[in-house]
Design a protein around this ligand. Structure first.
Ligand code: NAG
Ligand code: NAG
Length: 185
C-alpha cells in the first residue's frame, strides 16, 4: 500500500515522517509545568535558587515578616519574600533553569504603602540578556493580590534557558518581591 502511495503521491511518505518527527515535540510543548518557589521542578528536579540566600525568606513559617499575605491563596502555601532597600544597595535575584519555549512568573503583590511598602521594581533576564521589567505602584490599601503575572513570554526559542528575576535596581526605589511560582512549557 505504501509503495503504491509513494508511486502515486511521492510527497506522502516524506510528509508522514516529517509529521512523526514534529508531533512528539508539539505535544511536549503543550504541557505546562508549574514550579513552586520552595519545591523542585516536578519534571527535572531543578529548584529556583535565591541570591543572596540570606536576603530571601521562605514566608510560610515566618513570624517576623512584615508582608503577611494569606498562605491559603499562595501556590502550595508558600512564597519567597525579599525587599530591595536603596540604602543597602544590594539587588536580589531568583534564578530558574528550564527546558521549554514559554515562561510565566507569578508573584503576590501588596497594595499597602507602608508595613509593607508594596511598591515593586523588577528586571528580568533570559540567558543573560535583558528580557523585560515589572513595576507595581501600591495604591495604599491593606490587601494583597495573588497570581499576578509579572513576566509572561510565550515565544522563547525551544531549548534550555536560564531566567533571572532581579528585584530592585542600583540607584532605584525600594522594592518588595513575593515570588510564588513559575509556569513553563
Ligand atoms: C500555560 O499557562 C499559561 C499561563 O497561565 C497560559 O497562557 C497558556 O495557555 C498555558 N499553556 C497550555 C499549553 O496550557
Ligand atoms: C529539551 O526538550 C526537548 C524536547 O523534549 C529535548 O529534545 C531536548 O533534548 C531537551 N534539551 C535539554 C538540554 O534537556
Amino acid at each position: 500500500m505504501s509503495s503504491i502511495l509513494s508511486i502515486l503521491f511521492p510527497w506522502v511518505l516524506p510528509l508522514l515522517s516529517l509529521a512523526a518527527f514534529l508531533l512528539p515535540q508539539t505535544y511536549a510543548a503543550l504541557v505546562n509545568v508549574t514550579v513552586d518557589d520552595a519545591h523542585p521542578d516536578p519534571l527535572t528536579g531543578i529548584s529556583i535558587t535565591y541570591a543572596p540566600l540570606n536576603a530571601w525568606t521562605l514566608d510560610s513559617d515566618c513570624s517576623t515578616c512584615v508582608a503577611t499575605p494569606d498562605g491559603s491563596q499562595a501556590y502550595m502555601g508558600t512564597w519567597h519574600d525579599t525587599t530591595y532597600l536603596p540604602e543597602v544597595g544590594t539587588v536580589l535575584s531568583a534564578t530558574f533553569q528550564f527546558n521549554g519555549s514559554a515562561l510565566y512568573v507569578y508573584c503576590i503583590t501588596a497594595q499597602s504603602t507602608s508595613a509593607p511598602d508594596g511598591n515593586s521594581d523588577m528586571l528580568f533576564f533570559l540567558d543573560g540578556e535583558p528580557a523585560g521589567s515589572y513595576e507595581h505602584i501600591a495604591p495604599g490599601e491593606p490587601t494583597y493580590d495573588y497570581n499576578v503575572p509579572v513576566y509572561s513570554n510565550p515565544s522563547i526559542a525551544p531549548g534550555f534557558h536560564t531566567f533571572v528575576l532581579q528585584n530592585g535596581q542600583t540607584g532605584g526605589q525600594a522594592s518588595l518581591a513575593l515570588l510564588d511560582y513559575i509556569v513553563y512549557s
